[in-house]
Design a protein around this ligand. Structure first.
Ligand SMILES: [Zn+2]
Length: 362
């Protein structure tokens, strides 16, 4: 068999924006000139986008079948997301990792929540004394991450409340760390955050309850934040749905939402590393990481930072190469500079995954 011919892509390469010729040989990036290479596309070249919080194999009712999961992964890929950090799934999606045509996938295992304190069918629902055991189990099942549901509405209290006592969370974080896994948690409210951050949690999802002192603590601990702004935009709906039976909850959600842009931007400005997550699958559609980049810009993040949060900075955080010599050729080419015009993220000129041109699909 003759070797695959080299492919050439040319144009400014982000993040530095230097115009270059990027060659793909045997699925890998090389900057060495390959005589006779065909030019596949010209435009702005961006390291493969990252969706740092979505859910493959999950829909409104729990686990999906493999055909539906495959469609979700294809939708994500067609949106330019070539690396996914799955933030919890009720389905076993390991098989996705055997498919060269689907995005790279870092799984969290299944969410761990308190009994009857999360969306039905999503999580392992456990008692406080079982939390550490389940954390260790999911640490072994996942790809170096586990996902806890930090808080949820308590029907007894009529308001958002931590899912577990702080000591139980701390034991779970220790148990996951002992298995070599990082820990993240769904956190809407304030009360759950001090204990988690103090116990050394690695990342906070949503984080609407952050305050200035907690942001300082995150900086001190190196805690990361994935706000999922598009998901936070649903707070007014949650508040409206709960207003009659749970007025305190409705008031909390309304207040958190009013302060959300300032909260996320205060974390960004203090130096908390922020990454883009679409929350696709968690009641949101897949394939819309562009929407989250736009949402981050809408609340005040500079476009370069917002795109980095969904590309080169997130790749570095998750330990996946950017566009370096010999790296897997995972990138997207756009007709215009997305930093100057984010709308171009919705119409990629070329999507290259593991060196293969996989999009845009006709
Ligand atoms: Zn989610």
């Amino acid at each position: 068999m003759s070797p695959e011919p080299a492919l050439r892509f040319r144009g400014p390469v982000l993040p530095d924006g230097e115009p270059r010729d990027l060659y793909v040989v045997d699925g890998r990036v090389t900057w060495e000139v390959q005589p006779g290479a065909d030019t596949v596309a010209e435009g702005w070249i961006v390291p493969g986008l990252v969706d740092a919080h979505c859910h493959l194999g999950l829909d409104d009712f729990g686990a999906t079948d493999d055909a539906a999961t495959e469609q979700q992964a294809l939708d994500d890929r067609d949106g330019g997301a070539l690396l996914i950090r799955d933030a919890g799934s009720a389905a076993d999606t390991r098989w996705v990792q055997d498919r060269d045509d689907l995005p790279r996938l870092i799984r969290c295992g299944r969410h761990i929540a308190a009994t009857r304190r999360y969306i039905r069918g999503y999580a392992h629902e456990v008692e406080p004394d079982e939390l550490a055991t389940y954390a260790a189990q999911e640490a072994r099942n996942g790809d170096g991450w586990i996902k806890l549901v930090g808080d949820w509405i308590s029907r007894d209290e009529g308001d958002l409340a931590p899912s577990f006592p702080a000591e139980a969370f701390a034991a779970a974080i220790d148990a996951a760390h002992a298995e070599g896994a990082k820990v993240t948690a769904h956190c809407f409210g304030h009360g759950v955050l001090p204990g988690l951050i103090e116990a050394g949690i690695d990342c906070i999802e949503h984080g609407t309850g952050l305050t200035e002192d907690l942001i300082d603590a995150m900086v001190a601990h190196g805690t990361r934040l994935v706000p999922t702004v598009m998901q936070l935009d649903k707070f007014p709906e949650h508040a409206a749905a709960g207003r009659e039976k749970f007025p305190d909850y409705a008031a909390t959600m309304t207040d958190l939402y009013a302060r959300m842009p300032a909260t996320v931007m205060a974390a960004h400005e203090a130096g908390v590393p922020i990454y883009a997550g679409s929350d696709g699958g968690g009641i949101s559609r897949h394939g819309n990481i562009a929407g989250e980049v736009e949402a981050l810009v809408r609340i005040g993040m500079p476009a370069f930072d917002a795109l980095g949060a969904a590309s080169w900075r997130a790749r570095e955080w998750l330990g996946v190469d950017g566009l370096t010599e010999g790296a897997s050729a995972d990138f997207v080419v756009y007709d215009r500079n997305p930093v100057e015009d984010l709308s171009v993220l919705r119409t990629p000129r070329a999507i290259v995954l593991r060196g293969a041109l996989v999009g845009p699909r006709a």
